[in-house]
Design a protein around this ligand. Sequence first.
Ligand code: AP5
Length: 223
Amino acid sequence: MVIVFFGPPGSGKGTQSQELGKTIKDLIHVSTGDLLRQEIASASELGHRLKSKIEAGEFVTDDIIVQLVSGILRKNVKKDIIFDGFPRTLQQAIAFDTLLGVENLKVDVVFDFDIDVHVVIERVTGRYMCLGCGAVYHKKNKKPKVDSVCDQCGGIRFVERKDDSVDVLETRLKIYQEETLPVKKYYGDKGVLKRIDASLSPDEVTCFIKTALLEAGLIRRGE
Ligand code: AP5
């Protein structure tokens, strides 16, 4: 099963990927944003070149992104995969279809995380992450159960993203409108787009996604 989570910054794609991963066995979560941040953290030459672009909220070139995804896809062809934040240009969507076609795969469903821009600003500016495992929290909406201790790994060090400032978010939202929204029509025309009201609570969104996957026969009851 190949799922795409499509939506603006802060719409909840990463949060829902983590939630589904807890219940759907062996589900692979591919976030191009996470892959790029890992590349930066590794202090590689490529990471060094990407850092300023990502911190400024600008897109990384399509060929770098497609190369990253291609490597992961080749290693996981038989697995159920969520692509979170990819594809986000038309060129990426077309290249993705080619990569999937080689493996006799196709995109089964694209969840369109529909959300108002004001909600996005509140979510992104309140977001922080566990430094140990990357679990995502929010200053008001999603705090750890025990104050300042990660629910997932027990870590006590947290970090905010440099690209989550209001200024950089403005750039990210502008690029989303210009570069990414055309991808929605691309998948709409293929009949695989499913709208989600992403302003609902995390549990409600998870329930919606699971019901849709169940109805499409992509997961079994109990998952
Ligand atoms: P990336 O990391 O993918 O950023 P993004 O797509 O902008 O998405 P976010 O991670 O900001 O948000 P999200 O939708 O995952 O929301 P989250 O679940 O965290 O990409 C970063 C950068 O990398 C890009 O700007 C670009 O430079 C580059 N890049 C990546 N992919 C690329 C590509 N394909 N091509 C080119 N460049 C690329 O939730 C946000 C907050 O809200 C959290 O605090 C969470 O706790 C809270 N929250 C979540 N759901 C709810 C809910 N239902 N109710 C209340 N609060 C909620």
